[in-house]
Design a protein around this ligand. Structure first.
Ligand code: GL4
Length: 828
């Protein structure tokens, strides 16, 4: 073949397929990849064949992107995260490739509804909540913005558990998202890594009399990488999410086999493979388990070795360019063990001097803090650390020794209190390694995820670290990808936006501001409300299917979707529902706009009170939904198994967005952004990114309530007693007492009492009762606003128009400017 012929052949392969060509490809894959035939293929087979057809385009992009990055030897960001909450990839990939319409047509001509095929895909739920979904939005933005990036994480066999309700109680079932394989992932056996754990450290001296530490590992584990292509929107880049699966090392097991015997060898197998078996289902709490530490180390070590292998391909043993080429973003402290691991590789393996190695580390790592909750701040017992990673513990001790000596003691000479507070090792009868401290010390930049949160990180969490390194700290407010959270999930609103503000908003979300010009336009208002109505009708069908509850799409759809946690205060929402219900019972003509209160939330399996709250909402809902006296003014719906795919159906249908955490507790929130973007009006506290949303949309278009961060602090300082609120507010007293009766759980009084107890004897740690009245007023305001449909439409429109700031593209640009110093790489 001539060069010209090759070129045109490549061009033909790489060009966008038409619907007709897609049809051919789908059938070809049905035959050649799936070994089935058009007249007997299942929906699953059609879906897989379509994925394979789409992958022909995806892989083109992947190859060209990787070639460009390699040839241009670009600096790249490496996002280290234990969680990626990807959801489904089918429609997302089609939208980002600009192939959705063609695929829809192709499938329809083949006799298939694209929406039905979409339902063949399991959610990729390799995360708990906001932190994992943020990682997924970020890698979408990175690819869209043509930034050289790779996401590293764990290829869990089981993602976040699936939730069902049994008589109102949450039960968990394992999630087997890839039981029959996953069409998007590519196994890369050529890039397998081996990592070590356990064992002991020996001190030896070389011929020059130099002391060296030699780690004799107790176990070797193999990491097998699976690559998920990450398709940028309209951009030419296809980046990679590389997820590691653990396997027993063949080498090591033969050793055990030879010396120990068959039974031990097979036990090794199971233990090695356990590492990537399952995602820990805690959001905002530290599991503190040995397996979790091994998970963290496993993926960090595999990823670092992978990065170094790639670096050496272009730079050999010259480490001087490493910090120029590599930046590693630590998604919370979960991957902080990467810091001592890189030190170990440089000092023990590459024979580098400590100072030189440490200088490299401090230029490579950056750390994002995602929570201030004390129970979420990771710390590992020194004893456990020593057992699992004995050499790393020594390295952490040395990092700490130098830090205390060269930094802390220089700024605060002889101040032992400061040393105790700042030490990476927390002393006590059970000494602990503080991963937050380690992350700050080992990183060149530390950021929080919303303005208020970043301020609190500096003032409350690490004030002394700020004194040591004022320039290290910054803010990057979170964002969400408008491709998934508007374009793909809300096609009706998207086409209206295309018409009104042009078609570039998916990559330039500030364009939505043009919509504000139409906020008073009656036609636009009607269209906007009609779209919301249709989305609500769609959701009503889903609600009926999943819960059997019939809801009226003309009622207010009031939605609270997020993990279940006391600080997020789903029980505040519940108390308000109870108060409304009680008013209706006391006054049959009670005037309120009918409302459907819709919840979606998983509780960590070990979090008892969270599970009690789910149970209470379900029981209260059962009662209210069947009570004729309510005359459908209130419905309560708890959607089972809340996940990305369900969020995509709920968010476009929301009128009201519940963002009601105790001020100072929700680092940012991202559901708040998705809901506002889709025209929901927020009922919220001045917490996390709510504050910035309020700034953007203006006071007329959001219903703010509750104590501020400063007021919360002041109230706590003066001594908060929730009993005062219980005794002073008869409505609070009545609804709390109600929970103790058997009214909602006939024949079983006391079943819902734990909520009352946590709010009274338990001291109400999240100030639910303190905020109750003001919450009620904020809800009353919503009720009033909704009665004026034109006024409501205007507010809803203004929400969509004003939240352009919260695209994850802006967050990523902030990271580029404030942290990564990265340049886009044009691929074609
Ligand atoms: C979280 C925060 O709780 C949440 O507010 C934030 O939006 C998210 C992403 O930054 O991170 N931190 C943890 S832990 N889980 C979260 O969802």
């Amino acid at each position: 073949m001539t060069k010209k012929q090759t070129k045109s052949l490549v061009a033909a392969i790489e060009s966008q397929p038409t619907a007709e060509q897609l049809k051919e490809r789908i059938i070809r894959h049905l035959h050649a990849s799936l070994g089935t035939d058009v007249n007997k293929a299942s929906a699953q087979a059609w879906w897989r064949a379509t994925c394979a057809a789409v992958n022909e385009v995806v892989y083109d992009g992947l190859r060209t992107t990787q070639r460009a990055h390699y040839e241009q030897d670009t600096r790249a960001v490496h996002y280290f995260s234990l969680e990626y909450l990807m959801g489904r990839l089918f429609s997302n990939n089609l939208h980002n490739l600009g192939l959705y319409a063609q695929a829809k047509q192709a499938l329809s001509e083949l006799g298939h509804d694209i929406a039905e095929l979409e339902d063949q895909e399991e959610d990729m739920a390799l995360g708990n909540g906001g932190l994992g979904r943020l990682a997924a939005c970020f890698i979408d933005s990175l690819a869209t913005m043509n930034l050289p990036a790779i996401g590293y994480g764990i290829h869990y066999e089981h993602g976040l558990f699936q939730q069902a309700f049994q008589n109102g109680r949450q039960i968990e079932r394992p999630d087997s998202w890839r039981e029959y394989g996953n069409p998007w992932e590519i196994c890369r056996p050529e890039s397998v890594q081996e990592i070590s754990v356990y064992g002991y450290v020996e001190t030896v001296y070389d011929l020059q009399g130099q002391m060296k530490k030699v780690w004799h590992p107790g176990r070797i584990i193999k990491g097998v990488p699976w690559d998920i292509p990450v398709v940028g929107y309209q951009g030419s880049s296809v980046n990679v999410l590389r997820l590691w699966e653990s396997r027993a090392s063949d080498f090591f097991n033969w050793d055990v086999f030879n010396s120990g015997g068959y039974v031990d060898a097979s036990r090794e197998n199971i233990e090695a493979e356990t590492i990537s078996k399952v995602l820990y289902p805690n959001d905002d709490t530290d599991a503190g388990k040995e397996l979790r530490l091994i998970q963290q180390y496993f993926f960090c070590s595999c990823s670092l070795k992978d990065i170094i292998r790639r670096y050496k391909r272009s730079h050999g043993d010259d480490w001087s360019q490493f910090p120029a080429q590599v930046v590693i973003q630590l998604n919370d402290t979960h991957p902080a063990v990467a810091i001592p691991e890189l030190m170990r590789i440089l000092v023990d393996r590459a024979d580098m001097q400590w100072d030189e190695a440490w200088a490299i580390c401090q230029q490579v790592f950056a750390y994002t803090n995602h929570t201030l909750l004390p129970e979420a701040l990771e710390s590992w017992s020194v004893r456990l650390f020593e057992k699992v990673l004995p050499r790393h513990l020594e390295i952490i001790y040395e990092i700490n020794r130098r830090f205390l000596l060269e930094q802390v003691d220089v700024l605060w000479p002889g101040d032992n209190d400061k040393k105790r507070k700042l030490s990476i090792i927390e002393e006590g009868h059970n000494p602990m390694v503080r991963m937050g401290h380690l992350s700050v010390v080992g990183s060149f930049r530390v950021n929080g995820v919303a303005e208020v949160h970043s301020k609190l990180v500096q003032s409350d969490l690490f004030p002394e670290m700020v004194a040591l390194w004022p320039d290290k700290f910054t803010n990057v407010t979170n964002g969400v990808t408008p491709r998934r959270w508007l374009k793909a999930c809300n096609p009706r609103l998207s086409s209206m936006l295309d018409r009104l503000v042009g078609t570039t908003w998916p990559t330039n979300l500030k364009e939505l501001a043009k919509l504000a010009d139409f906020a008073d336009d009656a036609r636009v208002q009607d269209d906007f409300m009609a779209i919301k109505q249709q989305n609500k009708a769609d959701l009503a069908k889903v609600i009926k299917e999943l819960t059997g509850i019939a809801v009226d799409p003309s009622a207010i759809f009031d939605i609270q979707i997020k993990r279940l946690h006391e600080y997020k205060r789903q029980h505040l929402n519940l108390l308000h529902i109870l108060a409304l219900y009680r008013r209706i019972l006391q006054n049959p003509d009670y005037d309120m706009v009918p409302r459907v209160f819709i919840f979606g939330a998983k509780a960590a399996p070990g979090y008892k009170l969270a599970k009690e709250i789910i149970y209470a909402i379900n029981k209260v809902g059962e009662k209210i939904n069947h009570d004729k006296r309510v005359k459908d003014r209130i419905k309560v719906v708890f959607m089972p198994n809340y996940r990305v795919t369900l969020a995509e159906k709920m968010i476009p249908a929301a009128d009201v967005s519940e963002q009601i955490s105790t001020a100072g507790k929700e680092a940012s929130g991202t559901g708040n952004m998705k809901l506002a973007l889709n025209g929901a009006i927020t009922v919220g506290t001045l917490d996390g990114a709510n504050i910035e949303i309020a700034e953007e949309v203006g006071d007329d278009n959001i219903s703010i309530f509750g104590l501020t961060v400063d007021e919360v602090k002041a109230l706590r300082a003066e001594g908060y007693d929730s009993h005062d609120y219980y005794h002073q507010n008869p409505e609070i007293k009545a609804v709390l007492d109600w929970l103790e009766t058997d009214y909602f759980t006939p024949g079983k009084p006391g079943e819902l009492a734990s909520i009352k107890h946590s709010l009274l004897e338990g001291g109400d740690p999240y100030l639910v009762l303190a905020d109750f009245e003001s919450y009620q007023a904020a809800q009353q305001k919503i009720d009033g606003w909704y009665r004026d449909q034109a006024g409501w439409a205007k507010k809803a429109i203004m929400n969509t128009a004003c939240v352009g700031k919260f695209t994850s593209d802006r967050s990523i640009q902030d990271y580029v400017d404030r942290v990564w110093q990265l340049k886009p790489c044009q691929v074609k």
